[in-house]
Structures are given as structure tokens and as C-alpha cells.
Design a protein around this ligand. Structure first.
Ligand code: C5P
Length: 222
């Protein structure tokens, strides 16, 4: 079987990472969470008090930053300069600032370079915002996942509740909308469906439905 490159893009909270992980498991492909890489840099920038709006500062910071995506028994781990920051990069502070760090072209070029290196062998499922348009324009399968903002906020709300903390649904809705707006309106490599991507509206689909649909699309191409 041919080892494909699979790109999964879409707005925040559309279920990209959940679905991408399951698809990768099914196919014994590697899963690459590009959002985690931007989050790791954001975490480091916040910790070091760097200016989150200064592209050359961030570029310099990224140059001396090692970000590894590791498979552990607990699932995927994000290792920043040798330290496991998997939990820290999901904080509200990181979530609400990551779009700023992901804006400058200098930052994106270096991230894309690293991501392309990880994907070079194929047999990869990569999720993000610009995978189909910039990171793997040659991907054999591009999926663009969307869902209503209400549904996405609800999913995040449930996810948080399962982790043991209460959040406000209204606030989550606002945060998600704002992040989508920033990601869609940036000049360089914005969130955008690739022309040859297949759009799936997951609003009323179960996770398994979405996974099955993608596996079906894979089988047509492999
Ligand atoms: O996927 P996740 O929600 O973890 O991504 C966090 C943020 O990282 C996004 O809101 C976006 O600002 C940025 N990102 C990006 N390009 C990617 C992946 C993520 O700009 N390929």
C-alpha cells in the first residue's frame, strides 16, 4: 500500500486532532500536531516575556528552541527543550495568545520547514491550518473539517468538564471565534480551505463517522 500524505485543516475545535490521531492509528501512520508546535513556542515566549508581536524576536527565539513530538504510553507528548510541556501548552493563556505568535512570516517559514522535514517520508497525518495550502501542497488527501461555532464550543466545554474544570460556554464561543478570526485574517498562510480539499461538516457527525469517511477517502487513493 502506498504511504500517503494526509492533510487535515480547519478552524479551532472542529475535531481535527482527535480525528487525525485515530486515522493515523488505523493506518499505522505518524500523526503530527502542528498546532502543538506553535503552542510550544507561545509558551516559551510568554515565559521569557518576549514581545509576541515582534517577528524577528520570535524568529530568534524559535531558532534556539527544540520542539519534539513524542509518542508515549499516555499518548502524544510535546517536548520543549527537553521538558514535557503537554499540559502547559493547553492553558487558556497559551490558547488565547497562540494566534499572535503564529502570525509573522518568519515564524511560519521556520515552522513549515520543520514540519516538511517530519513529513518527508510520507505515511503521515498532519493537522493544522495551512497544511493543505503550504506545508504539504502535494498531499494525496486534503480534508477541511468544519462545524458550527456552537457545536465546537460545546465540544470544548465537555472536554474541559471531563478534565475536571468548569468553563463558560459563552466565553469559549467568544474565544474560538476570535482565534478563528485572527487565523483567517492573517496575511501570510491564513486558515483557508485548499482548492483541492474535501470539506466535511462534522456538526452532526460522530467522531467515528468522520474517521470512517476519511478512511474511505484514503482507500480510494491508496
Ligand atoms: O490546532 P490548535 O488549535 O492547537 O492550534 C493552535 C493555534 O496554532 C491556531 O489557533 C493557530 O493560530 C496556530 N496554528 C497555525 N498553523 C498551523 C497550526 C496551528 O497557525 N498549521
Amino acid at each position: 500500500n502506498k504511504k500517503l500524505k494526509i492533510a487535515i485543516d480547519g478552524p479551532a475545535g472542529a475535531g481535527k486532532s482527535t480525528v487525525a490521531k485515530l486515522v493515523a492509528d488505523q493506518l499505522s501512520y505518524i500523526y503530527i500536531d502542528t498546532g502543538a508546535m506553535y503552542r510550544a513556542l507561545t509558551y516559551k515566549a510568554l515565559k521569557s516575556g518576549s514581545n509576541l508581536h515582534d517577528g524577528s524576536v520570535l524568529k530568534f527565539l524559535l531558532k534556539e528552541t527544540e520542539i519534539e513530538l513524542e509518542i508515549t504510553e499516555a499518548g502524544q507528548a510535546v517536548i520543549l527543550d527537553g521538558k514535557n510541556v503537554s499540559e502547559e501548552i493547553r492553558s487558556t493563556e497559551v490558547t488565547n495568545n497562540v494566534s499572535f505568535v503564529a502570525t509573522p512570516q518568519e515564524v511560519r517559514e521556520e515552522m513549515v520547514r520543520r514540519q516538511q522535514k517530519l513529513a518527508a517520508q510520507g505515511g503521515v497525518v498532519m493537522d493544522g491550518r495551512d497544511i493543505g495550502t503550504h506545508v504539504m501542497p502535494d498531499a494525496e488527501l486534503k480534508v477541511f473539517l468544519v462545524a458550527s461555532v456552537e457545536e465546537r464550543a460545546k465540544r470544548r466545554y465537555e472536554e474541559n468538564r471531563n478534565k475536571g474544570y468548569e468553563t463558560s460556554l459563552e466565553q469559549l464561543k467568544e474565544e474560538i471565534s476570535l482565534r478563528d478570526k485572527r487565523d483567517s485574517e492573517r496575511e501570510f498562510a491564513p486558515l483557508k480551505k485548499a482548492d483541492d480539499a474535501i470539506e466535511l461538516d462534522t456538526t452532526s457527525m460522530s467522531i467515528q463517522d468522520v474517521v470512517n469517511e476519511i478512511l474511505h477517502l484514503v482507500s480510494e487513493r491508496a
